[in-house]
Structures are given as C-alpha cells and as structure tokens.
Design a protein around this ligand. Structure first.
Ligand SMILES: Cc1ncc(COP(=O)(O)O)c(C=O)c1O
Length: 355
C-alpha cells in the first residue's frame, strides 16, 4: 500500500496463478500445461528468427498468424484478434464489451472472471452449477445479461455441446455470449461454426494448453468483424505490439501443424483415461473431462490432506479453499510416467490411511 495508489487499486483482489516452482524435480500437475513438448516445426521457427526480426518492431496486427488461424477455422482474418495469452484477450474483451454491464458466469469456473468484473466494475452474477458440476443452461437462458462461460469449464473439465451454446446465443440477440475455449482440442465441441450466424458470439482460445505453448503467451478471439474491431480499438489504446516476433513465428508454425495437434491431444486423452481409471479404482470420484486435467475427490480422504501428502512427495496439484470445492483436486494430465508415479503415491496414501 502506498499513498500514491488510487482507491480502485486498494480494493482490487488480483488473480493468483498456480505455483511455478523453480525446482524441476517436482512433478508439476498444477497449471494444466501440456504434457508433451511443442511441435518440432515450432522449435524450428524459433531457431530461424533473424537478427533483423529482433531489431525491428513486430507486425502489430500479427497478419500472417491471423491468416493461418483464419484458414484453419474457415474464417476471414478480420474475424481474428490476437493477444498476449488469452488472459490479455479476455481482459480487453471485458473492457470493450462488459465494463459497467450486467454479466452472468458460473459459481464454479475460472477465477479470473470475478477479478475482471471487479477491475471493470461489471455487475457479476455467479449462477450455480448443478450438483454434478454440469451447467444449468436453462438458468442461464432466463436472463438478458451478457454471459461469460469457459467451455470446457475449469476447474471441472465438463463441457457444453455446440447446441447448448447455440441455445444461449439464440435466446436473445442483444446479449453478448463469450465462450472461453482455453481447453480446446481435448474432446469438446467448439462454438466457432456458430460465428457466421451470430453477431453476439465471441470465442476465445489459447495456444497455452492445446499447442503446448504456455511459455509463449499467445491467445486469440474469433467473432464477426465489428466485435473484433472493438477489441482492436482497446488493444491499440493499450499496447500496439502484444505479440513479439518470436511468438508470432512460433504460433504461426504451431497453428499450421494440425497433425501434431491431433496426435498430441490423442496421447493426452489416453493418459487422461488411464489416470481416471486408476483414481476411480482407489475410491475417487472423477468428473468426465474434455480437457487436459481431471477434477476429483476421494470418498473418504479430505482433499487438503491428499494435496499436502502429494506436495511432500514432490507432486504438485491444484486445490482451492472455496466451500463448494474444498475437497476437490484439479490434476493436470502429465506424461504416462508422471501419472503412474502419482497413482503409486496415492495408492500408498490410501493403503496407509485405511490400514
Ligand atoms: C478457463 C481459462 N481461460 C483462460 C486461461 C488463460 O490462458 P492463457 O492466458 O495462458 O492463454 C486459462 C488458463 O489457465 C483458463 O483456465
């Protein structure tokens, strides 16, 4: 606290990201990074960066990258907006379209949404998810506030279908529907094909999870050109060059390599199935996941105890001290070897506790 802070800063409750420990001996399953390294084409693109590309400012509009995304998604480049991670894209979006407005989201979802609502004075309603953590689409339909949904949702991993999203978008053409597809690629349906029919839909994506590029910070939004133009106005009033030259080159290579995307996701989904089956066999409830993590609780052992024991054994997972989910753990899908180690440690714990 300093006397120079404006009042607004004193009242902010910032988002707290998952721990990024310096030690690399830990099995890190707490921030949903991809288990596999990025595509070879991405590393080659980074190595091919020239000194001139570093000397000059990068392309402020990331034209090549937007064109590559547009091609893959059957959109035009004017329907794509790039940002420094999807967090930055979402922050611009809250400022451009949600500031001071009524917004609905879920009570169990991405913890950054209430932070942006606070930063930009939105009037946020958190609609409860149902007992099984699925989304109550009817409860969301019954309102005219804007909607912000992570789909698949985090930390639950559950996803709505494209038809569900269409119901929401179609329920009132004057309400903006934001679909955060940060966990795209691991089995859920995307809402992108609806964009051509609806000017009140905006879909955000991240290369952090699907493309194993969390260290690069690349995210994007897709919508009809008028919404994208609104985002560009905010971006160009904030930072004209959100994506550096290396990120643009790497991301362009990543997006073009759809074969890597499919194969890597298939591997993650296989390991996710192994992890789910292993946990269930030891008395865990595991929600069906369409992401690269699972949300789980044990039928007798408290979540906090499991979290602490795993931490002592150098395995990092994520847990929140929030009433509805305090007993639950979110565990990222690691490599098969990491997951086998996790299951081994959990097995010892369960045997000790019940023995
Ligand atoms: C639901 C959701 N949206 C957005 C993000 C932000 O992703 P990034 O800024 O890495 O693109 C995350 C990151 O964990 C997330 O879980």
């Amino acid at each position: 606290m300093s006397r120079f802070w404006i009042d607004k800063i004193s009242g902010l409750k910032p988002y707290v990201p998952g721990e990024q420990p310096a030690s690399d001996t830990l099995i890190k399953l707490n921030t949903n990074e991809h288990a596999l390294p990025p595509a070879d084409a991405v590393l080659a693109a980074v190595r091919d960066i020239t000194s001139d590309q570093l000397r000059r400012y990068p392309d402020p509009t990331a034209e090549r990258l937007r064109a590559a995304i547009a091609t893959v998604e059957s959109l035009s480049p004017e329907q794509v907006f790039m940002g420094n991670g999807s967090d930055e894209v979402l922050a611009h979006l809250w400022f451009a379209f949600l500031k001071g407005r009524r917004v609905q989201t879920l009570d169990t979802t991405y913890g950054f949404y209430p932070v942006w609502a606070g930063l930009y004075d939105a009037d946020l309603t958190e609609v409860p998810v149902l007992e099984d953590f699925s989304v109550d689409v009817d409860a969301l339909r019954d309102d005219d506030a804007a909607i912000v949904l992570a789909n698949p949702n985090a930390p639950t991993g559950r996803a709505l279908t494209r038809d569900d999203i269409a119901l929401l978008v179609d329920s009132n053409s004057d309400r903006l529907v934001v679909v955060d597809e940060a966990y795209f690629g691991f089995g859920a349906e995307t809402a992108v094909p609806l964009i051509s029919d609806y000017d009140n839909l905006i879909v955000t994506r991240s290369l952090s999870k699907s493309h194993s590029l969390a260290g690069m910070r690349v995210g994007y939004a897709m919508a009809q050109p008028d919404l994208i133009e609104g985002l560009n106005r905010v971006k160009d009033s904030f930072n004209s060059y959100p994506l550096d030259a290396i990120a643009q080159a790497a991301a362009t290579a990543a997006v073009a390599d759809s074969q890597w995307l499919e194969q890597a996701a298939a591997t993650v989904c296989e390991v996710r199935d192994r992890m789910t089956a292993g946990l269930r066999a030891m008395g865990f409830e595991v929600l069906p996941s369409q992401t690269n993590f699972v949300f789980t609780q044990h039928n007798t052992l408290p979540g906090k105890k499991i979290f602490n024991t795993l931490r002592e054994r150098d395995i990092l997972v994520r847990r929140w001290d929030r009433p509805r989910i305090e007993n639950w753990l979110r565990i990222s899908v690691g490599t098969l070897a990491q997951v086998e180690k996790l299951l081994e440690v959990v097995q010892e714990m369960v045997a000790t506790e019940s023995g």
